[in-house]
Design a protein around this ligand. Structure first.
Ligand SMILES: *Cc1c(COP(=O)(O)O)cnc(C)c1O
Length: 366
């Protein structure tokens, strides 16, 4: 029989591939050392780990792992609804907040549409747009952050969604709360406004957009949250969206029935109850940010002042520094994929990890 290749979607040929932080075990294997000798500061994970209460709850949940999860996440939605003073129907659970981004594609995007994003935006937004054949209109950054006016002007009749991560990853920049409020209110009602709040819990005084969802004033607003960052549950893959009942209902239709697994749901429920762990994580991060920023400054390096749990540092040859650091057992994130080849992104670790990073960076740069 004649051999014919599968008729794969043609846009896959040029679809960019997301480059995650390198896993500890993989790097340790490559270096031939035990994995506890490697320090990973590459994926903005909580260096304190999950709340011990969450770990206990997940161990307990493991005993029921033969049962399918509650696909509706009754208890977790109930708890989140109480926390944010929303209706349960305004909340949707996702397999990491990345899954929410994919649903935006399913409910809105096709090859006649575009999304508006900022230069140095989270890499998944343009990848998902491309998956659905949609264009990404990339608005040049100002001081590494969002040019909200430029983004507003880029919105056209084919625009289906605009994305603002606040704080932004990988730059750590924060937009002014008032400017963001104005921006959100000016976006036309046919365009979905996505506020990615993956790092919002690190802020002392965050602008409150939940209030806008609660009021019902903007059926085209989606807030994205995650348990991967300050809650230290990245391995569980759990995020959630907050939006109008109508948008949540649309996304519920494209959601796989058991996307949020039972251990993740149990862990998240317990994590939400551990205010002490949350506060300690915030404090360790605050101190670690200062330590890292003062440390690189003392080495004469420039950095982008960060509002999140990582810092973008200008090291010269980013990829080479990344590789040299890796040989020293420290994983950071090279930024060439973000068109920032002279930078690396380092996540805030424990005080000892930050110290180790600064020492090795100084060695490597000599
Ligand atoms: C880490 C991160 C997420 C969260 O990803 P998960 O899928 O929830 O692990 C979302 N948006 C941004 C900007 C991030 O940095």
């Amino acid at each position: 029989m004649e051999h014919k290749a599968l008729p794969l979607h043609s846009h896959l040929a040029t679809l960019p591939v997301y480059q995650p932080g390198r896993p500890l075990e993989e790097v340790a294997r490559g270096l031939g050392i035990p994995f506890d000798r490697v320090t990973k500061l590459a994926s903005n994970e909580n260096p304190l780990g999950p709340s011990p209460k969450a770990v206990m709850a997940m161990k307990k949940a493991a005993e029921s792992a033969h049962l399918y999860p509650d696909g509706n996440g009754y208890y977790l939605k109930e708890k989140l609804a109480a926390l944010h003073q929303l209706q349960r129907s305004q909340i949707i659970l996702s397999n990491g907040s990345n899954e929410l981004i994919e649903w935006i594609g399913h409910v809105l995007l096709d090859n006649r549409s575009n999304i508006v994003v900022s230069q140095y935006c989270f890499a998944i937004y343009p990848i998902v747009a491309a998956m659905f054949g949609a264009q990404s209109k990339i608005v040049p950054a100002t001081d590494f952050g969002h040019d909200l006016e430029g983004m507003l002007q880029a919105v056209d009749a084919s625009t289906k969604a605009v994305f603002v991560a606040n704080p932004n990853n990988p730059t750590g920049t924060l937009v002014n709360a008032e400017a963001l409020r104005t921006f959100v209110s000016q976006i036309p009602s046919h365009v979905l406004v996505v506020l990615d709040e993956a790092y919002v819990e690190y802020l002392e005084d965050a602008a409150d957009f939940v209030e806008v969802v609660r009021s019902g004033a903007m059926p085209n607003l989606l807030l994205m949250r995650t348990f991967s960052k300050i809650y230290g549950l990245a391995g569980c893959r759990l995020g959630y969206g907050m939006a109008s009942t109508s948008l949540v209902a649309a996304m519920e239709k494209v959601r796989q029935p058991f996307n949020a697994n039972s251990m993740a749901q149990s862990g998240a429920l317990a994590a939400l109850d551990d205010q002490e762990h949350l506060e300690r994580s915030r404090q360790v991060n605050r101190e670690g940010l200062t330590q890292l920023q003062e440390g690189v400054l003392a080495m004469g390096l420039s950095f982008v002042p960060s509002s999140a749990n990582f810092v973008l540092v200008r090291v010269g040859q980013g990829k080479e520094v990344f590789q040299a650091m890796q040989r020293q057992g420290i994983i950071v994130r090279p930024m060439d994929g973000y068109q920032l080849p002279s930078w690396v992104r380092v996540s805030v670790g424990t005080q000892a990890q930050n110290q180790r990073f600064l020492k090795k960076l100084s060695d490597v740069l000599e």
